[in-house]
Design a protein around this ligand. Structure first.
Ligand code: NAD
Length: 261
């Protein structure tokens, strides 16, 4: 268990990819901080379940990733409670699908704040401790949309391309401190984030749900299969290992061949 006695913070981990990552790190021995929105009782059940199932400590942070000061406070709280943050996964994200001329200003700004600025604030807060201890792993959940674009997703694509730039820059700055920074770039993963964008895509493209799944989502993915959260978790866990010490500043596609086009 390579993460024994280490501490991992995973933003946006009450659901989907983030929850799978938090559980994977906990299974590998890490104390974890989970974060995100949702039903309070369900979150507490998940938090307590992680502790009892994996024999680690699990803290829930309700920090709103759209608010820089709350992001910073989440890292400070993790350091106070657990003494350190060794692994930081910037994963919280939202999506909105609309043509550029109709794109709501508040949605665009929220996507930039949650999908991009939160990663800046969390990384800025976590790096000094990582440097002091001489070890760290920063993993940003980017997207195939960090590398290529799709219509009607201007905010998301802009934020994810921004994450790519942030990841590479941070990787260069911390390279001599045994800290790596990488971006995982998944194709479509069946999570609430994807499920919720189907109605808007149906409207924007005048399609049925089945058409959106086959002609929009899986159309881009040569394997014609959704990526699974377990596949992403395995990649992230590898990135935390010593074997991955030389992988830094990388955009790691896990997209069923999408960006090979
Ligand atoms: P999801 O909707 O299942 O999970 C998103 C998480 O972020 C939830 O825990 C939610 O509560 C949290 N969150 C949202 N707004 C927040 C805020 N303001 N403050 C704190 N937490 C907040 O989605 P997912 O598919 O698991 O997405 C996770 C990440 O993976 C996102 O960055 C997304 O862009 C990325 N991604 C997803 C896919 C996909 O196909 N699902 C593909 C590529 C990249």
């Amino acid at each position: 268990m390579s993460l024994q006695s280490k501490v991992a913070v995973v933003t946006g981990s009450t659901s989907g990819i983030g929850l799978a990552l938090a559980r994977t790190f906990a299974k590998d021995g890490a104390n974890v901080v989970i974060n995100g929105f949702g039903d309070a009782a369900a979150i507490e059940k998940e938090r307590a379940g992680i502790e009892s199932e994996f024999g680690v400590k699990c803290l829930y942070s309700p920090a709103d990733m759209s608010k820089g000061e709350q992001v910073t406070e989440m890292i400070r709280t993790a350091e106070k409670q657990f003494g350190r943050v060794d692994v930081l996964v910037n994963n919280a994200g939202i999506q909105h699908v609309a043509p550029i001329e109709d794109f709501p200003d508040d949605k665009f700004e929220a996507i930039i704040r949650i999908n991009l600025l939160a990663a800046f604030y969390a990384t800025k807060a976590a790096v000094p401790g990582m440097k002091a201890r001489g070890w760290g792993r920063i993993i940003n959940t980017a997207s195939a949309h960090a590398l290529v674009a799709s219509p009607f997703k201007s905010a998301y694509v802009a934020a994810k391309h921004g994450i790519a730039g942030l990841t590479k820059t941070v990787a260069l700055e911390v390279a001599t401190h045994h800290i790596t920074a990488n971006a995982i770039c998944p194709g479509y993963v069946w999570t609430p984030l994807v499920e919720h964008q189907i109605p808007d895509t149906m409207k924007a493209r005048n399609m049925t749900k089945e058409q959106v799944i086959s002609d929009v989502l899986l159309e881009a993915q040569p394997t014609k299969e959704f990526v699974t959260v377990d596949q992403i978790s395995a990649l992230a866990l590898f990135l935390t290992s010593d074997a991955a010490a030389s992988i830094t500043g990388a955009m790691l596609s896990i997209d069923g061949g999408w960006t090979a086009h």
